[in-house]
Design a binder for this molecule. Structure first.
Ligand SMILES: NC(=O)c1ccc[n+]([C@@H]2O[C@H](COP(=O)([O-])OP(=O)(O)OC[C@H]3O[C@@H](n4cnc5c(N)ncnc54)[C@H](OP(=O)(O)O)[C@@H]3O)[C@@H](O)[C@H]2O)c1
Length: 343
């Protein structure tokens, strides 16, 4: 094309087309050729009696991505919320539903999937994730959280997360999953997995927020074509992130809520993000994704440095020490702390 014509067309093209504003449903590409909506509704700790309404309300106000898991123990109620949405005219193919294989099912991947599908009332999920790379004893003293007599987690040392992945690779051909992925994978675990994988995970779902940017794993996944989904982006229940000055300043600058900044941060990084709420007004507030500029991102990215978490090696050291001395991790490692997972 004539260069002056190209310049003219560029000048006349509206800014929204050249540099589109992200929205809650901006489709982010996966290595399968499908895409994942930028914002998903989380359902961890969404209590019985609340989660059906949360799912149904979220879909009615425009959410198209719902994150579930067998271990959350509420997939039957999530399914009721989905059925309410379908009855209102929403089509299955308009939704992106994720669920996860729990640790005591690593050697029974299809069985774990079938239990989730049955509870959700679905024929397929869009994404099936290995919840943690930690197989647990399927015949232990508890179906979900088996423990050894000394109180530590009863891990299944005869089975490896690579074996689990090989079993998961067979699932897309059953038609019951569109894509498979992992969660809570560090670089070390991915380096163990990838040489044996004939399917590259579509997604790695990890805890991610300004206190825990996890740049190393984010960059590694990007280099391998693995999409990142950020969980606990608000810092989970009772989070100190809402009082964090650096986040409050960015929120003030854009005249939006702190929650909105914390969610938009991931979309600016190219990740999708999951926000859990059972409160209708918050479910609506969290939809307001905005475009953050480079100075906002610099401010948000400087937060963890100020906190002394200069790089992941320091974080790892903190984690290792925390798990050696107690079964609880640092305050912000909510899911790991909750499940008592080894580091
Ligand atoms: N793969 C994994 O291992 C893993 C681990 C953890 C989480 N996840 C997924 O990620 C999702 C999100 O993470 P999360 O549940 O840990 O935490 P989160 O979404 O960071 O935070 C949820 C908490 O923030 C509150 N909240 C929501 N919106 C708010 C707002 N606008 N203003 C103030 N407070 C607000 C919620 O309260 P109300 O509900 O009372 O409104 C809830 O207490 C989970 O639900 C789950 O689906 C995955």
């Amino acid at each position: 094309m004539n260069p002056s014509l190209a310049k003219f067309m560029l000048r006349k093209t509206p800014k929204e087309i050249l540099d589109p504003k992200p929205t809650m449903n901006t489709p982010l590409p996966l290595n399968t050729g499908a895409s994942i909506p930028a914002l998903g509704l989380g359902t961890w700790q969404s209590a019985p009696g609340e989660v059906k309404k949360a799912v149904s309300h979220a879909i009615s106000v425009g959410y198209r991505h719902i994150d579930c898991a067998y271990v959350y123990g509420n997939e039957d109620e999530v399914g009721e919320g989905l059925r309410e949405a379908f009855a209102s005219g929403v089509k299955r193919e308009d939704l992106f539903i994720t669920t996860k294989l729990w640790c005591t099912f690593h050697s029974r991947a299809e069985e774990g999937l079938d239990l989730s599908l049955k509870a959700l009332g679905l024929d397929y999920v869009d994404l099936y994730l290995m919840h943690w790379p930690c197989p647990m004893n399927p015949n232990g003293n508890d179906p979900k959280f088996p423990k050894l007599p000394d109180g530590s987690r009863d891990l299944d040392k005869s089975w490896s997360h690579v074996d689990t992945w090989k079993a998961m690779e067979k699932l897309p051909s059953t038609g019951k999953v569109k894509a498979i992925g992992v969660a809570n994978y560090s670089v070390k675990y991915l380096e163990e997995l990838l040489p044996h994988a004939s399917v590259t995970p579509a997604v790695n779902q990890i805890e991610n927020h300004p206190y825990l940017p996890q740049q190393e794993i984010v960059d590694f996944c990007k280099s391998k074509g693995i999409h990142i989904t950020a969980y606990s982006p608000l810092g989970s229940t009772g989070s100190p992130l809402f009082k964090e000055e650096g986040v409050q300043e960015v929120a003030k600058k854009h005249n939006v809520s702190v929650g909105c900044v914390l969610l938009s941060y991931h979309i600016a990084r190219g990740s999708s993000v999951l926000a859990k709420s059972v409160t209708p007004s918050r479910i609506e507030e969290n939809k307001n994704i905005i475009k953050l500029d480079s100075s906002d991102m610099e401010s948000l990215e400087s937060i963890h440095k100020k906190k002394g978490l200069r790089d992941l090696s320091i974080l790892r050291l903190a984690l290792t020490l925390a798990f050696r001395t107690s079964s609880r991790g640092p305050f912000f490692l909510s899911a790991r702390k909750h499940y008592g997972m080894p580091s």
